[in-house]
Design a binder for this molecule. Sequence first.
Ligand code: S3P
Length: 464
Amino acid sequence: MVGGRRAVFLPFSREPVLSASTAPLKLIAHPVARLTGKVRAPGDKSVSHRALMFGALAMGETVITGLLQGEDVLCTAAALRALGADISREQDVWRVRGFGVGGGREPDDVLDLGNSGTSARLLSGILASHPFTSFMTGDASLRRRPMQRVIEPLSRMGARFQSREGGRMPLAIVGTDEMVPIEYRLPVASAQVKSCILLAGLNTAGETTVIEPQATRDHTERMLRHFGAEVREAPVEGGHGKRITVVGWPELKARKIAVPGDPSSAAFAVVAACIRPDSDVLIENVGINPLRAGLYTTLVEMGADITFENRREVGGEPVADLHVRGGGLTGVEVPADRAPTMIDEYPILAVAAAFAEGTTRMLGLAELRAKESDRLSSVAAGLAANGVQHEVGAESLTVHGTGASPAGGGLVKTHLDHRIAMSFLVLGLGTREPVAVDDGSPIDTSFPGFMTQMNGLGAKIEAA
Ligand code: S3P
């Protein structure tokens, strides 16, 4: 969604065409016996954003394959074009001719980042370190999300901001090319904030350092090195956290990048197969970076039958094909320190927990309240609507499974949150009655083709 309206991206067009339709897309999932077959995970959203951004900050032509063609990533592409990058696509191959570190031009208009928090947070690091004023906004979900977490460190570096109350978008960024390097300790575990500061550090003389108390996804660090930047890392806080330093003003060199499949998107087919006994599904090309793979660790602890086949590297990231056979989950306790490695997967884990025998306790979930929706509330409401016993706390969720299929029959509010929509559609594949979601249109932000892929495996998801 862009600015609250549906964005349609024509295959070879450069900009989104806003359709007049504002109608929510109600979807319903019907119970099925089992899922079988082979699918390929769509491109990783986090890696796709970064591939486009670093391509734009490099000199020469970066060639990207496997890029996620979701609305969020297309918002990043549109913003980078507004900054002067030349981005084109032919079939699965994207080409980015960059403007170099600090070489972007002032955008003519407000940058509309739709539903995408990653675009907003990471791009603010780039925009703040350019000597012009830029403006960004997004849909109703993004305009509710906290931006103070990037405003604070970027202000310390020398940029100035105007925002709505509480650091909410729309946001005006008064940038500077005379930023001062900082050493910044993250108050929350956030790869977006870390990446924002490292991106600003690229166009800053000297060394910019981020200290993260808990390690978060490291795609920025990996890819920056691949483009030729000097990025140093050292462990802190007994090995749980990291101190990451980027050396300013590198000359980033255009690269070839193959984007691995997204473990956060693969999660839906994996859990769907786990909750339907006799399922047998192969999901190819799933990124299993240890800082992203917490859901898979947890499912294995719950007794899921998952084998990691054909382990290899794609685009500097570890990847495997996941072979999943259904049946027999048991409740577990998921420790708080695992949260950064599965932060987007709690809604779908709650669905798996609803089918497990026994209680699953998930701890350390405060950040879930700052996602595309307040995910703790959205998940709790969805579980309640479908007869799943649970308790929700300020930072925790406890789901009581009986080992039998939950009732289902509910209508779940998605609050412009793609992962709430997909998670509860998966729930409906195993409940006694079908499960509906009030609006499945945000699914296109991260997983266009979700319905087709799931139905190809034997799911029955359709417009209601
Ligand atoms: C992301 C980081 C996470 C995650 C988001 C993508 C990234 O957000 O939830 O979907 O690409 O860096 P936070 O950094 O806010 O935890």
